[in-house]
Ligand binder design. Structure first.
Ligand SMILES: [Zn+2]
Length: 337
């Protein structure tokens, strides 16, 4: 397991939303240390800001310039919840570099984990919002394509819908975006009927779950929708937007997951990647705002990847949210009919 981290993550301060705090970075690293101290094979990797062309593959150049200028001027804000200080550009660029590194690891046969902040999945081609400046998972997916991958999947289990990732790839025929999230909730997107457009029709899969959902609901989402689609799509590279704000202890999210739930998700995703001959998964840290829950959930994820058996989930129908999403996507996927 290659873990990508850089101390620039601790220097970005969201000047208008303190909950996405610099302390999240050492908390995530503490989770990695916890796993390493148990004997899991963790290799630390540094991360550089990627070449501008990597970022420009998913973001508008004018938007990248704006971020750089606001940072260089000492800070400012993009929206009511997304502020920058003088270090924000460097932190965000290195966090994208961490995600690119995790994809490089995956392509070399080792699972990767990008332990960096700020998060990314709410950032679109020309906008930042929801604590996010650059969309690291999207940058990493773009990088995987430039390295020759024809089919890339991004599975997003953050409690929020990754509207930025969805937007960036909505009409893209080579990137599958799968999201399970709390609804109704910020940012308001991610309905089951949002399935992509043009060449990307059928390649966006959303499962909005009601507040209070637990691991049994997520297991139904994975077994009843995500995994059948992934088995048909057969991605070569599988990215996970790994947010931990669906943990029961999270102050923002309203779900009931435990740290070990994320371990089982990670084990299931790792086994699925092996089954479809994809590279090992590359994880990109997104949200997660209770520091203890974040540490424990990151440790559980690493355990899940490295040593846990695949959970035995079977979908037998009956989950309303999963059924609605299956109906919306059935025209595009044989296994859902
Ligand atoms: Zn989130």
């Amino acid at each position: 397991m290659h873990v990508y981290a850089d101390n620039a993550s601790a220097r970005h301060v969201n000047t208008v939303a303190g909950i996405e705090a610099p302390e999240r970075y050492p908390a995530a690293l503490a989770g990695v240390h916890l796993a390493a101290n148990e004997g899991l094979p963790v290799e630390w990797r540094t991360c550089e800001p990627p070449p501008e062309s990597f970022l420009a593959a998913v973001h508008e150049l004018a938007y990248l310039r704006e971020l750089q200028e606001v940072s260089a001027a000492g800070g400012g804000y993009l929206s009511a919840d997304t502020g920058l200080n003088a270090h924000s550009w460097e932190a965000a660029a290195r966090a994208s570099g961490a995600a690119v590194g995790a994809v490089e690891s995956a392509l070399s046969g080792a699972p990767g984990f990008a332990a960096a902040r700020p998060p990314g999945h709410h950032a679109g081609a020309d906008y930042g919002m929801g604590f996010c400046l650059l969309n690291h998972a999207a940058v990493a997916a773009g990088h995987a394509r430039s390295r020759g991958a024809e089919r890339v999947a991004v599975l997003d289990w953050d409690v929020h819908h990754g509207n930025g990732t969805q937007d960036i790839f909505y009409a893209d025929g080579r990137v599958l975006y799968l999201s399970v999230h709390q609804s109704p909730f910020y940012p308001g997107t991610g309905a089951a009927r949002e399935v992509g457009e043009g060449a990307g029709r059928g390649l966006t899969a959303n499962v909005p779950l009601p507040r209070g959902a637990g691991e049994e609901d997520y297991a139904a989402v994975f077994a009843g929708l995500f995994f059948p689609i992934l088995r048909e799509f057969r991605p070569e590279v599988l990215l996970v937007s790994a947010g931990y704000d669906a943990h029961a202890g999270d102050p923002i999210g309203g779900m009931r997951l435990e740290a070990e739930s994320f371990g089982r998700f990670a084990a299931a995703v790792t086994a699925l990647a092996r089954e479809v001959d994809a590279a090992p998964p590359a994880f990109v840290l997104e949200g997660g705002y209770d520091l203890a829950a974040l540490s424990e959930s990151v440790a559980a994820t690493l355990r899940g990847v490295c040593k846990q058996a695949r959970p035995e989930w079977e979908y037998r129908g009956g989950n309303r949210a999963v059924e609605a999403s299956r109906r919306a996507l059935a025209p595009f996927w044989r296994s859902l009919r």
